[in-house]
Ligand binder design. Structure first.
Ligand code: N01
Length: 546
């Protein structure tokens, strides 16, 4: 292990900014954390943001068709009545520019921007054990130091571009959806190849197909998808949600996934075939992620899951005209919602278009990218543009890439070499005073994110408040409590069907070489919140405070 001296920075005092807390990232998490620490606790806080604007995931994900999968009226903050009552969404599922507009509205309303440093990419962070101080270095050579460091870097922010032979030789343009050019991409007259059919690929393919001369979709794993049924939000809808927000937020916090609807208490196996079909039909017509809530055991019982999977497989046949293509698009290797279920606007219909071709990569894997396109084991596909909708190094990638060294110089990358080890998804042993918003081991990506974020930020803020009130300067997760939490995260996942999808990014399976560990906490938001509250009330059981 490296000594503390070798990893602590030699800081030039003049270039260093000292404050009470450093937050990395200016998305939903960073903005709310800044507000809480600065405006409620009165701390001196700085937010360091790599992008030249705020918005986090919504700053980077500007691919065609990028919109939220949670409904707009609850994909927003719940902590401020004025914001809640003043803001109006235009669509059931907001598109990325509208979400950025919302976050800018919030940031302006709360006067947050004065404490956000844009174009400031963190390149490393190191903890000084003697001073109980974090020092953060940025790409432009600045240093920031503070007793508390809070990562608000998102769960899906490190692009996963597969290492395909020959990509550098491609004469056309290629893009990853999570790093989309702000000026947009002109697809007109172009032959486009899209790799990936997760939530992103399913959102973007219909839009690209409308704009491009030709689209080839390279599919490795067929996916389920539910129609989003997007549409405008009416004045009546707005009035209804504004009048009912207290109940909406109560429901969202009381549930498993931070959505303001309850999961049915009935088993899919407790009703007749006809009744089950009718319930699924209604959920299909309503659209969106709520389909999952049709029965209590869709994600708990293999037989129950099969009823939902079969219903959705049949729907593909009714939409896609060519039976051979419909079969290629039909998922057979995993049950519905064991991977994050996408929702779509015309995805399966896209394969009825004359200018769209589907390539099954299981039957003909990619061999290489050539100067002119993609070569599979069967043929060459000529392309002008390649779109990588290939997902992210989820949950751990954004944290490990910060190059964090904790107590006695231990690197986060090494501490997590066999998979992330956190206590409550909030802290890791040997990384004192470092808090992670929606980190691995917390419900995070299994939830409606703003609600999960608010719970984490509130807990972290209360913890810092309590520490300051008690004159404590250091908090660190115990190894013992961390090991127990990691075991509990596994138990919670094993009580569901989620670990069954072997190619899921929840398991890190999408990134070659990444350890296969189920990362988010699947025990539900309400249960998780009560565990976190109980830990705090017990005087922070499982943490060492001094
Ligand atoms: O990424 P993914 P995503 N060769 O990892 C394929 C959130 N999100 O960006 O399944 C060929 O799900 C891969 O194939 P396989 C949401 O939580 C939210 O789509 O690994 N193919 C898969 O088809 C979501 O779950 C919104 O076999 C390769 C695809 O690429 C998460 O982000 C919108 C490959 C990647 O799918 C990630 O979604 C969009 C290779 N080498 C996304 N490598 C909202 O609206 C990967 N693939 C909030």
């Amino acid at each position: 292990m490296a000594s503390n001296e070798s990893t602590a920075f030699a800081v030039n005092e003049q270039s260093s900014h000292a404050c009470d807390a450093i937050i990395i990232g200016a998305g939903f998490s960073g903005l709310y954390q800044l507000h809480k620490l600065r405006d409620e606790l009165g701390l001196d806080v700085v937010v360091l943001e790599k992008g030249d604007g705020i918005g986090g995931t919504w700053f980077w994900n500007r691919y065609p068709g990028a919109r939220c999968d949670s409904e707009s009226y609850y994909y927003c903050y719940s902590f401020n009545k004025e914001i809640e009552q003043e803001w109006s969404w235009s669509e059931r599922y907001p598109e990325h520019p509208e979400i950025r507009k919302y976050l800018n509205f919030v940031a302006d309303k709360l006067d947050l921007k004065r404490d956000i440093r844009l174009n400031t990419e963190v390149t490393s962070a190191a903890f000084d054990d003697d001073a109980n101080l974090w020092t953060v270095q940025t790409k432009n050579g600045q240093f920031f130091s503070a007793p508390f460091l809070i990562t608000a870097v998102g769960c899906l922010s490190t692009a996963n571009v597969p290492d395909i032979k020959g990509l550098a030789s491609f004469k056309g343009q290629w893009y990853h959806t999570g790093l989309w050019p702000h000026e947009g991409v002109d697809f007109s007259g172009k032959r486009v190849g899209q790799i990936g059919t997760g939530s992103t690929g399913i959102q973007t393919a219909p839009v690209i197909a409308e704009q491009a001369k030709h689209l080839t979709v390279f599919q490795r794993t067929a996916n389920y998808s539910i129609p989003a049924r997007n549409g405008p939000v009416t004045a009546d809808d707005i009035k209804h949600t504004r009048d009912n927000y207290d109940e909406i937020w109560r429901l969202a916090r009381a549930g498993t996934n931070g959505h303001p609807f309850t999961i049915s208490t009935r088993s899919a196996l407790s009703v007749s075939n006809a009744e089950r079909q009718e319930i699924y039909e209604k959920a299909w017509e309503r659209g969106g992620l709520r389909f999952r809530a049709s029965f209590s055991d869709v994600l708990q019982n293999v037989e129950a899951n099969l009823t939902a999977s079969d219903f959705l497989r049949d729907k593909i046949k009714t939409v896609v005209k060519n039976p051979a293509i419909a079969e290629m698009l039909t998922p057979r290797d995993h049950g519905f919602a064991t991977k994050r279920p996408p929702i779509d606007s015309g995805y399966f219909e896209t394969f009825n278009r004359d200018n769209v071709l589907l390539v099954d990569l299981k039957a003909e894997p990619i061999v290489e990218v050539t100067a002119n396109g993609i070569r599979t084991t069967k043929q060459d596909y000529a392309l002008d543009i390649i779109v990588f909708a290939t997902g992210f190094d989820a949950l751990t990638g954004p944290l490990v890439n910060l190059n964090i060294s904790g107590s006695q110089g231990i690197k986060l990358k090494d501490a997590w070499a066999a998979g992330p080890r956190t206590y409550l998804g909030l802290q890791s042993p040997k990384f004192p005073n470092l808090f992670t918003i929606t980190g691995p081991g917390s419900p995070s990506v299994l939830c409606n994110m703003p609600i999960a974020i608010e719970q984490h930020v509130d807990w972290i803020t209360n913890c810092i408040r309590d520490m300051r009130a008690n004159g404590q300067k250091r908090i660190e997760a115990n190894t013992d409590s961390t090991e127990k939490w990691v075991a509990h995260v596994n138990e919670a996942a094993d009580a569901t069907l989620l670990p069954m999808a072997s190619s899921s990014w929840y398991l890190g399976a999408n990134v070659p070489g990444k350890p296969r560990v189920f990362m988010p906490y699947a025990g539900g938001l309400a249960r998780y919140t009560s565990i976190c509250d109980d830990v705090a009330q017990s005087g922070y059981r499982g943490f060492a405070l001094s």
